[in-house]
Design a protein around this ligand. Structure first.
Ligand code: ADP
Ligand code: MG
Length: 502
């Protein structure tokens, strides 16, 4: 048979439905639009100007929200709209920092519209289109298809809708999408969160993903529940919460004669980012609930490409032989590479077929990059610090000290809370199973204070878990009296009960 050429066609309905079937949650899809907004920053004298991005979320009914995202960037010229950016793989004449594949916008719109089930509207104004009046915008209405329409009848009034601060932008882009609630709630999968919780968790995602951009740029989120007031938030950058000093290593790897640079940071997780008090200290959206949780699934390295965090908690990919042990639950780090490293089309990972990635992952297996185990004394110290923090919040008028020495310095009380009257609390902490010996350590602390004329009101033994024997020993101790004739008052607590979600 002779060779027969044939052409393929693309069924737009099936195609865009298919495009929406990707493992991309709402925040990842929205993240693509945020990337585009950061990439659209204007350049003056060779430097990019800082920008503010606005996201507005309005709950329309039980089943949907309208999400609007706007930037005051360079906008999309008419010619780019009709010839480039809505093509799969199509990129505008000026791509900007984060545009790499020509798939982001289409991926995002396919997903946000629930597989092209709802529609979207895009307004834009570019200085390239000199024929447009200052208050005239181009408008593209979805759905995504192989035939689409653009018109130039959108006004400043249309542009201002849903915006708080960007209403008067000279150029820019605004995209509004009706998003099915079912998809919107992929922001946070636990429980049945309402709008308020989901927007807070969205703030956490964006704060992590765009931590480098948010140093100088801003994302503002406003949202409104059914019949409620509009609430305004500013997303803050969420840094990797290292406890104490982290280690930073800068290295080159050479692949096929080309030098690739990377910066690797690693250290130990500071648990306090998930304490209830973190909100007061660090503001919205703390405490963190999705990242840096100190569990097996959440420990590991963040991958940063072109300043965008594209993946978090990478561990098994690099160190398969030590994954799945709790010894490294507090190991966190970051791997930062430049734009010579490619990502997958939907920006959820490294391009698995790129040689430099392969080499880099191999290099990370070297001992100098190895995670360090968090030792028991590290964990005990960290537990103590967290508990001190919580106790300071609970007893604001009391002094809370750790390592309070008694018996001429030979016995140390882990934590002593003293408000001078009703609360003199002695804490003994163990990250392991409690032993009867630990109880006697606590009693030694109690007696030491009594000897100094300080009467404890309660002693609390905090342990990972306890046996019936320890419980019996505690009950027994409470039938006895100290040197001043005051009955001991000892309580047994587990870490989980006292310091939730450690
Ligand atoms: N908010 C925006 N402002 C200006 N240009 C944009 C914006 N969003 C998308 N574009 C243009 O659309 C092109 C395609 O974007 P996208 O599909 O996200 O590509 P990529 O996958 O490379 O990020 C970009 O190269 C850019 O020229
Ligand atoms: Mg993009």
């Amino acid at each position: 048979m002779p060779t027969v050429p044939f052409t393929t066609t693309l069924d737009p309905v099936l195609y865009f439905q298919g495009l929406a079937r990707q493992e991309l949650d709402f925040h990842a899809a929205l993240g693509e639009l945020v990337d585009n907004a950061f990439s659209a920053r204007e350049e003056k004298f060779g430097t990019l100007l800082n920008t503010t991005i606005e996201i507005n979320i309005v709950q329309l009914d039980e089943g949907s929200v309208r999400v609007t995202i706007a930037d005051p960037g360079i906008g999309i010229p008419y010619k780019d709209i009709t010839e480039r950016v809505f093509n799969l793989g199509g990129q505008g004449a000026s791509r900007g920092q984060l545009n790499e594949h020509g798939f982001g916008l289409k991926n995002a719109l396919a997903l946000l519209t629930g597989g092209n089930a709802t529609t979207f509207e895009l307004l834009t104004r570019s200085a390239v289109d000199a024929h447009l009046g200052p208050d005239q915008f181009l408008r593209v209405n979805g759905p995504l298809s192989t035939t689409m329409n653009v018109e130039d009848s959108a006004t400043r009034n249309d542009w201002e809708k849903g915006l708080t601060v960007l209403g008067s932008a000279a150029t820019g882009t605004k995209i509004s999408v009706v998003v099915p609630w079912k998809y919107f709630r992929t922001i946070y999968r636990r429980g049945t969160p309402g709008l308020d919780v989901l927007v807070t968790r969205l703030g956490e995602h964006l704060g992590v993903m765009h931590r480098y951009f948010l140093k100088e740029n801003k994302i503002r989120i406003s949202y409104q529940g059914l019949g409620g007031d509009t609430i305004h938030r500013v997303v803050q950058p969420i840094e990797i919460p290292f406890e104490g000093e982290e280690k930073t290593i800068t290295r080159d790897i050479v692949v096929n004669g080309k030098v690739h640079k990377f910066v690797y940071r690693r250290g130990t997780l500071d648990y306090s980012v998930k304490d209830p008090e973190a909100e007061e200290e660090k503001g919205w959206p703390y405490p963190l609930r999705s990242y840096y949780q100190g569990s097996n699934a959440r420990c590991g390295v963040d991958f940063v490409v072109r300043d965008r965090v594209i993946k978090t908690s990478v561990f098994e990919e690099i160190w398969p032989e030590i994954a799945k042990t709790v010894d490294f639950n507090r190991f966190i780090g970051e791997l930062r590479v430049g734009n010579d490293f490619r990502t997958t089309n939907n920006k959820t990972g490294l391009d698995p077929h790129a040689d430099n990635w392969e080499q880099l992952l191999k290099a990370l297996g070297d001992v100098e990059f190895r995670p360090e185990k968090a030792t028991r004394s590290d964990s005990e110290k960290s537990l103590r610090d967290r508990l001190v923090h919580i106790l300071k919040g609970t007893f604001p008028a009391a002094s809370v000290v750790h390592e309070r020495k008694v018996w001429a310095g030979s016995v140390a009380i882990d934590i002593f809370v003293d408000d001078g009257e009703t609360n003199r609390r002695v804490y003994e902490l163990k990250v392991t199973s409690g032993r009867v010996l630990d109880l006697y350590q606590l009693l030694a602390g109690w007696d030491g204070l009594v000897r100094e004329g300080i009467q404890p009101t309660v002693g609390i033994l905090v342990v990972k878990e306890y046996s019936q024997t320890l419980l019996d020993a505690t009950t027994e101790a409470n039938t006895r009296k100290d040197a001043k004739g005051v009955p001991y008052n000892i309580e047994l607590r587990t870490i989980d009960a006292l310091v939730p979600s450690l």
